[in-house]
Unconditional design. Structure first.
Length: 124
């Protein structure tokens, strides 16, 4: 799960940065406010990469997704991009947990059968 979620969060890091560049063009928004909000969101997305497996990490990721969607009130294209990343986040969590379960079952079966040298589920 960690790899899938981290990939989604790093993608969001770049999207948040580009959204900040777009929001900077809006005269009604102060540049310092735009970059403070974007900077906090970008730092949060990077920090979450290391917190995914900790308690509350996935929930903080959902909070970031809600924030991305809500940023559409200032940069309208973020409604679409935020929703797309929310779907990616759901898929990363959902399928990442499935992959983790498969890896655990494989490791348990290998521990039960010592002495067999076979390729793991990651071998290609």
């Amino acid at each position: 799960m960690r790899m899938l979620c981290s990939s989604t969060l790093i993608g969001e890091f770049f999207v948040i940065g580009f959204a900040g560049l777009v929001a900077m063009k809006d005269d009604s928004l102060a540049m310092s406010t735009v970059w403070t909000v974007c900077g906090v969101a970008m730092v949060l997305s990077v920090l979450l990469c290391g917190m995914i497996t900790r308690p509350g990490g996935v929930q903080l990721g959902w909070a970031l997704q809600i924030g991305l969607i809500a940023s559409g009130f200032f940069v309208p294209v973020m409604f679409v991009l935020g929703a797309a990343f929310a779907v990616l986040w759901w898929a990363s969590v959902h399928y990442g947990r499935k992959v983790d379960g498969i890896k655990e079952r494989w490791a348990a079966s290998q521990a039960a059968q010592p002495g067999q040298a076979t390729a793991g589920p990651d071998a290609a």
